[in-house]
Write a protein that binds this ligand. Structure first.
Ligand code: NDP
Length: 342
């Protein structure tokens, strides 16, 4: 690809079922020139996230749908490489934005935020463990899940960006933690993080039986990332007054027909469960507490994270599709430029 040009990924067609590379288009454009008061940003990392699959459908949600022919959007971290008289940003500033899926963009400054990484942290971790997915884990488990020290916690998609942080917060709180994952390598990774037990949902056979065996005393908090059979199995083992934060249901994001619901929802009544959905934008008031606690846990050796980094903007669609095939351990990211461009 021509390094003197800008590259970006546009939505070519709306996916039906699992997205394919044909649903995306790699576009080459001239590097944009900042107008008066504007800056040019060179992205270093962009994020691909499961929620983006919902935005590829033509339906209203808590975020508007992507439009065909338009450049996709999402979190990005980059550096200001040129300024045309912008007083708020200097060349060299690290910035966060929602202008992902592209190498470069121009901004007036109103829609980018300066990023000052804490000592010892990488810039890309602010798209993962120290960014949106990490805060999702923190708010979902502690505020929505109202976790108490020493409880019994079940986490699905447990080796992913959100799940791996949920597991470690729960361990830091002295909980018994079981994670469900789609490979033995992911199970081994979680064991290394101190997770008490793992279930490989692809090879365990009867998921209900596996969850029951892992929780002889039942589940206090089920952190829901997957839905479907996981939800059914978790509900069957919930303890009275248990909580189920509904974070995501990746099992149905590519469904072409709505799957049958769990047939055991009546358990919610008798067990007096709290089942509550949430979206992370509502919980940014917790950001300072989250960063404080993450720094403390990391210093105590109770928190670590992994990123799966795919290189090159042209490979962003494959990285995105890979989320639905379990190709990521920890946060899936795409490196689209150097960490330091100036
Ligand atoms: P992950 O890093 O966890 O990546 C997705 C993982 O999901 C894959 O690696 C795969 O792991 C697993 N997976 C994919 N398809 C299936 C399936 N059919 N059944 C079971 N597991 C599957 O992604 P995130 O951490 O970014 O997101 C996790 C969940 O949290 C998603 O549901 C997402 O939508 C939700 N979310 C919600 C937010 C909110 O504000 N409510 C914010 C951010 C995320 P494996 O190999 O183990 O199968």
């Amino acid at each position: 690809m021509d390094n003197q040009k800008n590259h970006e990924i546009r939505l070519k067609s709306r996916p039906v079922g699992l997205p394919t590379p044909d649903n995306f288009e790699l576009a080459e454009t001239a590097v944009p020139t900042p107008g008066s008061g504007e800056v040019l940003v060179r992205n270093s990392y962009i994020t691909v996230d499961p929620y983006m699959r919902g935005r590829m459908m033509d339906r209203e949600s808590y975020v508007p749908p992507f439009q065909i022919g338009e450049t996709l959007q999402g979190g990005a971290i980059g550096q200001v490489v040129a300024s045309n008289g912008n007083t708020a940003f200097q060349v060299g500033d690290l910035v966060q934005s929602n202008y992902g899926w592209r190498e470069r963009f121009v901004s007036s400054g109103g829609d980018i935020q300066k990023l000052t990484p804490a000592p010892g942290t990488s810039i890309q971790s602010y798209l993962g463990a120290l960014g949106m997915p990490g805060l999702t884990a923190y708010a979902g488990l502690l505020r929505i899940g109202a976790l108490k020290d020493g409880e019994r916690v079940f986490v699905s998609a447990a080796a992913g960006a959100v799940g791996s942080i949920v597991c470690q917060i729960a361990k830091a709180k002295g909980c018994y933690v079981v994670g469900s994952v789609g490979s033995d390598a992911k199970a081994a990774y979680l064991k290394g993080l101190g997770v008490d037990r793992t279930i490989n949902y692809k090879t365990c056979g009867d998921l209900d039986a596996a969850v029951a065996a892992a929780f002889p005393e039942g589940i206090d908090v089920y952190f829901e990332n997957v839905g479907g059979a996981h939800l059914q199995a978790a509900l069957n083992k919930m303890r009275p007054f248990g909580r189920v934060p509904f974070c995501g249901m990746i099992d149905m994001y590519n469904a072409t027909e709505l799957p049958p619901g769990p047939n055991n929802l009546a358990l919610i009544i008798g067990l007096q469960l709290t089942v509550r959905g949430f979206i992370v934008p509502t919980h940014y008031d917790m950001l300072a507490d989250f960063h404080r606690d993450m720094a403390k846990w990391a210093a105590e050796g109770k928190m670590q994270w992994h990123e799966t980094i795919v290189d090159g903007i042209a490979n962003a669609p494959a990285a995105f599709i890979g989320l639905f095939k379990g190709e990521n351990l920890g946060k899936m990211l795409v490196r689209v430029g150097p960490d330091k461009a100036v």
